[in-house]
Design a binder for this molecule. Structure first.
Ligand SMILES: Cc1cn([C@H]2C[C@H](O)[C@@H](COP(=O)(O)OP(=O)(O)OP(=O)(O)O)O2)c(=O)[nH]c1=O
Length: 207
């Protein structure tokens, strides 16, 4: 661990996002969710609005997470630093696909991804209490055809359960992925190019 002081907060429970942010040398502190406290509102509601376009949906959720994170900084009287949050979702046949509800849902999602392409969208948002800005990264991912055994084994591994689209490109699902067009880090949960750009251009952060 570096002894450099943190310069931003990461409002995220995702270990992947921590790992990715570390990769580009941003010194951050994870803004934990305690619940029950004033300003510590319940988890962000990730229900899509009726007929909401997926681009609008991910950006709205990322902005809401960053705002909720900023409220925590404010109520806990923490040092003022920008708060970074993100949201990742899939789009297939015009449908928003998030994390699987259970193992049966994970099997159904993977069955739908088999042998075709889908889009992965990750939005990031940064708030410093005065202004808030967001950025969107969209990638195409093509899966090879998955057999029933592929799906069964993968779901039993437990890897799909906390991930949008029921897979992790950084994990065993790598063997299913024929091609990606876009950003690997974004598919994994945090688009590093867009994150650096937003920190530099929007918040004067020198990387
Ligand atoms: C498609 C894909 C998603 N994912 C993960 C990234 C995200 O953690 C998760 C999507 O869920 P999100 O709701 O974006 O994030 P989260 O609830 O895990 O974390 P946070 O506290 O920041 O809201 O799916 C992978 O790890 N690899 C992949 O290939």
């Amino acid at each position: 661990m570096s002894s450099n002081p943190p310069r931003i907060y990461l409002a995220s429970t995702s270990p992947r996002r921590r790992e990715l942010l570390r990769q580009i040398g941003v010194h951050f502190e994870v803004l934990t969710f305690r619940g029950g406290e004033r300003g510590d509102d319940a988890d962000v509601d990730e229900t899509p609005l009726p007929n909401e376009a997926v681009e609008h949906y991910v950006e709205r959720v990322a902005l809401t997470k960053a705002e909720a994170g900023w409220r925590r900084v404010h109520w806990r009287k923490l040092p003022r630093r920008p708060v970074l949050a993100a949201d990742t979702t899939l789009e297939l046949d015009g449908e928003i696909i998030g994390k699987p509800r259970d193992m049966a849902d994970a099997r159904a999602i993977l069955g739908r991804l088999s042998g075709r392409s889908h889009r992965v969208l990750t939005a990031i948002a940064i708030s410093d209490g005065t202004h808030i800005r967001s950025s969107l990264s969209v990638s195409d991912v093509r899966f090879r055809i998955l057999s029933e055994d592929d799906i069964r084994h993968y779901v039993l591994s437990g890897e799909p359960m906390d991930k949008a689209g029921a897979y992790g490109i950084q994990g065993k699902a790598a063997i299913f992925i024929e091609e990606i067009r876009g950003s690997y880090s974004s598919i994994m949960g945090l688009p590093l190019f867009e994150t650096a750009q937003l920190l530099e251009d929007g918040f004067g952060y020198a990387l």
